[in-house]
Design a protein around this ligand. Sequence first.
Ligand SMILES: [Zn+2]
Length: 486
Amino acid sequence: MKIRISEQAIPEIEANTIIILLPSRLPEALQTLDPALKNRIDEARQAMPLYTKDSIVLLSHGEVKAQKLFLLKVPDNADSFELRQIYSQAGREARLRELGPDVAIALTGLLDPLMEAEIAVEGLVQGSYLPELYKTEKAHKSLENLILCFSRTFEIEKIVRKAELVGNTQNYVRDLVNEPASRATPLFLVEEAKRIASETGSRIEVLSLNDAEKMGMGAFSAVARGSDQPAFMVKLHHPGEDGAQKLGLVGKGLTFDSGGLSLKPWESMTTMKSDMAGAAAVLGAFRVLSFLRPELDFMAFLPLTENLPSGKSYKPGDVVRAMNGKTIEVLSTDAEGRLILADALCWAVKEGVTHIVDVATLTGACIIALGHETTGLFTNSEAWRKQILMAALKAGERVWELPMFPEYKELIRSEIADLANSAGRSGAPAGAIFGAMFLKEFVPEEIAWAHMDIAGPSWLPKSSKTMASGATGASFRTLVELGLSF
Ligand SMILES: [Zn+2]
């Protein structure tokens, strides 16, 4: 979607629809409406509960240049998170009701105007997304242009360009995740990473399975061996100014997870094309940060592979060796995400990053704990935790910390090797913490590290009022805000 700013009075704006969010008092920008229309809006607002739950479409009858007005109710005390949700809802309904292709929006004035402008653009772009990649006939026409009613200043231009980039890139991340696994293979993601590298003037290094094996990435290689699709380990480097700190983003890129020989039940496999949502979020964040913070020196690491059963697959009971020399007993081949991440973390450490965030659809247990609303956060650093939670707040994403008390180390004990990758039975307790305790073994204490388990929020099983079902792009905006504040 393209965004433009207009200083015209609302009645003069030419668009298919003007979206108006209504708190109990008419926002300042709407005072320019002629009295007749103002009265109709007031009437409609009072009548809203009779017609629909919280929104209504009015035809303008020539009182304004736009053909339609789309009104949505907003609580007067809405905070930034809630307002973002309502803007998403507005985008979603505008798309479903085909109120475009050109829509205009006036702000409510409930928040600082620049902050609201950013939230409004991101929310509308993201809300209007539908995963109709393969519909032979597009069921719902796209919203193409968004006109923001605002007096033009340097600051607002900057904010709108950022929100446009963030909103559209989040939808790109969702496309990557929604793509079927037979198309979005490891090679497909490598091509995307190469395209982003050249677009952003970044360096890219792509390791084949052979290269990875030679570098000692025995955990990644064990998982990759079972598939006929070539697997890759990718490093992206955006060279900025040298500083004391260097950020490393790591994203799990399991392009399809069958569970391997510890095969999943078929129902659990239906959404497993999304097991690369971490890698997609990292790719998106890498792209946006390269544009918005060209001076920042940072890296991204993407282990990309499938996990399939075959004659070459690794087996339960196998022992594999990660790049840092630690040996791992594989009790479940379905706990493969932590294995490929182990080697990606080791590589990030070797490349000299001082701060790491890994993002992964790691455990079903995290969905049990936090549902599809919230990302689980684990970290070894108090300061890093604060920075990540601040970024999540700014991004409007729900993130909640889970513990890594030393007692939990008992979970990952193995009799035969340094660590076990799983409890080796289903329904074992503290599964999300197990994953985090395992990953911690691959990052030295002096490096600030955090792990975000996005198994729940990265995929919505059912559409909500504000968001289409399927891929959501969860954690992408938090990574962007984290990079911007780094
Ligand atoms: Zn798995």
